[in-house]
Ligand binder design. Structure first.
Ligand code: NAP
Length: 306
């Protein structure tokens, strides 16, 4: 009896009940239990995870519904759901292949998008589309300057890349830039940081040369740094990127084969991942596949932390 009493007070009991309530569609009760579990947990990452689930339990389902149905503008109920779903996302690499497509997808679903650009003409181009961008070069910016740009964001996506430049540029953008973003996210109080990385075994069958090997080593170092942070991080490792129309279907999991995938499918996956409160502190690998994006993302949701 004493054990049962202490279990009732233990955060894991609340977390498990919250998960079951959520699965049975009782979102408000689930949110209450997630919040109780967060208050009782002594682990900061776990508190963040549980609080995120508490915050998103009722709204997330509405958001998912609006997301799936892609209602026409003017549908009042749908607008309300989209507003609830609206996130404020800051994209580093917003002028790049994946970053640009991600911005489009998030905006079309009612999110506010901000980003970092290197040139004023890029800033003006984005402003014409209603996107507020800050001008700055990652290589020269301080973490404090980046933190100022992040202010008010719900999530940060880092999809900048050196694009096979010199070692110096690779270090600055694929390595130090990520470290700076982690530090800036802490300073700005933004928990969620999603990093687009690379499959470590990409093209192991080829002799890639020292420069490319260096790029992979720096990318891996950035993954390690992010996983050791106390942020609510997410690492997405896509296969070779192609500029092709998206298929809407993927293969997503903790370990995937290396192949090819369109940037459009990567952006769609990222957009779904950002909207899924049950995904956090996970490395997910991504390849072309046959599972619809939404379904593949849901399949990677973890239950309450053990
Ligand atoms: N290529 C592949 O097959 C492959 C495979 C797996 C993963 N990835 C990774 O996936 C991510 C996205 O790839 P992508 O092809 O979409 O990239 P991309 O088109 O090359 O875009 C790179 C972005 O990073 C920005 N950037 C570069 N240096 C910067 C700096 N000093 N300051 C600020 N911004 C800077 C670029 O801005 P500008 O417009 O000013 O240049 C651009 O927005 C990258 O991290 C890449 O490493 C690539």
């Amino acid at each position: 009896m004493r054990v049962a009493m202490s279990m009732r007070r233990h955060h894991r009991a609340y977390a498990v009940r919250a998960h079951l309530l959520e699965m049975s569609g009782r979102f408000e009760a689930a949110a209450e239990d997630y919040a109780r579990a967060a208050a009782l947990s002594t682990s900061i990452p776990e508190q963040r995870y549980l609080n995120r689930r508490a915050r998103n339990a009722p709204g997330a389902r509405n958001a998912e519904e609006a997301w799936r149905r892609r209602e026409a503008p003017g549908d009042c109920a749908a607008r309300q759901r989209t507003e609830q779903a609206g996130m404020n996302v800051f994209i580093i690499g917003i002028t790049g292949g994946v970053g640009g497509l991600l911005a489009e997808k998030l905006r079309s679903h009612g999110d506010a998008v901000h980003g970092l650009v290197r040139r004023e003409d890029q800033q003006a181009g984005l402003a014409a589309q209603g996107v507020d961008a800050r001008v700055g070069d990652l290589a020269g910016m301080t973490a404090e300057e980046l933190a100022a740009a992040f202010a008010g964001s719900d999530a940060i996506v880092y999809t900048a890349g050196s694009n096979g430049g010199s070692r110096e540029v690779t270090t600055a953008i694929d390595g130090d830039g990520v470290a700076k973003a982690i530090e800036a996210a802490r300073v700005a109080g933004v928990d969620r940081l999603a990093l687009v990385s690379v499959l470590p075994e990409s093209w192991r069958e080829h002799d890639l040369g020292e420069e490319v090997e260096y790029y992979f080593a720096v990318k891996k170092g950035a993954d390690i740094a992010l996983t050791r942070s106390d942020l609510d991080w997410l690492i997405l490792r896509p296969s070779l990127l192609l500029d092709e129309p998206g298929s809407g279907t993927i293969s997503l999991g903790p370990a995937e084969a290396h192949g090819q995938i369109s940037r459009d499918d990567v952006a769609e996956t990222l957009a779904e991942l950002l909207h899924e409160p049950g995904i956090g502190r996970q490395i997910l690998e991504l390849n072309a596949g046959s599972t619809p994006v939404r379904e593949a993302v849901r399949a990677n949701v973890r239950g309450p932390l053990p």
